[in-house]
Write a protein that binds this ligand. Structure first.
Ligand code: SF4
Ligand code: SF4
Length: 115
């Protein structure tokens, strides 16, 4: 199921992951990065590489531990506010939103969604 979900967006996501040059220009437009002491793990580029990037790298063959890591990034380190700006046109929130959908499909949910 994960493979199928990733497959639907493969061309765009893989292109985005490939063109990210790690310039860090998106970082200052992310309020979470700015208000969390500019910790690297809050940088938008770091977030996409370690969430959706890892899912593609492993071709969807991921275990629960990795999905839990992805969940933490996708919900705790990004609120999908769409404020981040990438001069290369990378749509960061769209990528994080896909990472969330993959987690949800495996019943890996943010704490507030659990009964
Ligand atoms: S997402 Fe865009 S702005 Fe951010 S590091 Fe990658 S290329 Fe630079
Ligand atoms: S969408 Fe996520 S990465 Fe972009 S500015 Fe908002 S919190 Fe930061």
């Amino acid at each position: 199921m994960i493979k199928k979900m990733l497959g639907r967006h493969k061309a765009k996501m893989k292109l985005s992951l490939r063109i990210c040059v790690h310039c860090g220009l998106c970082a200052e437009s992310c309020f979470l990065y700015m208000t969390r002491g500019k910790k690297p793990e809050y940088m938008p580029s770091h977030k996409i590489i370690n969430s959706i990037g890892k899912l593609y790298k492993k071709r969807g063959k991921v275990d629960t531990a990795l999905l839990e890591e992805v969940k933490d990034i996708a919900w705790k380190k990004c609120v999908l506010c769409t404020r981040c700006y990438c001069p290369f046109g990378i749509d960061i929130p769209e990528m994080i939103a896909l990472a969330r959908r993959v987690c949800r499909s495996q019943n890996i949910l943010p704490d507030f969604d659990k009964a």
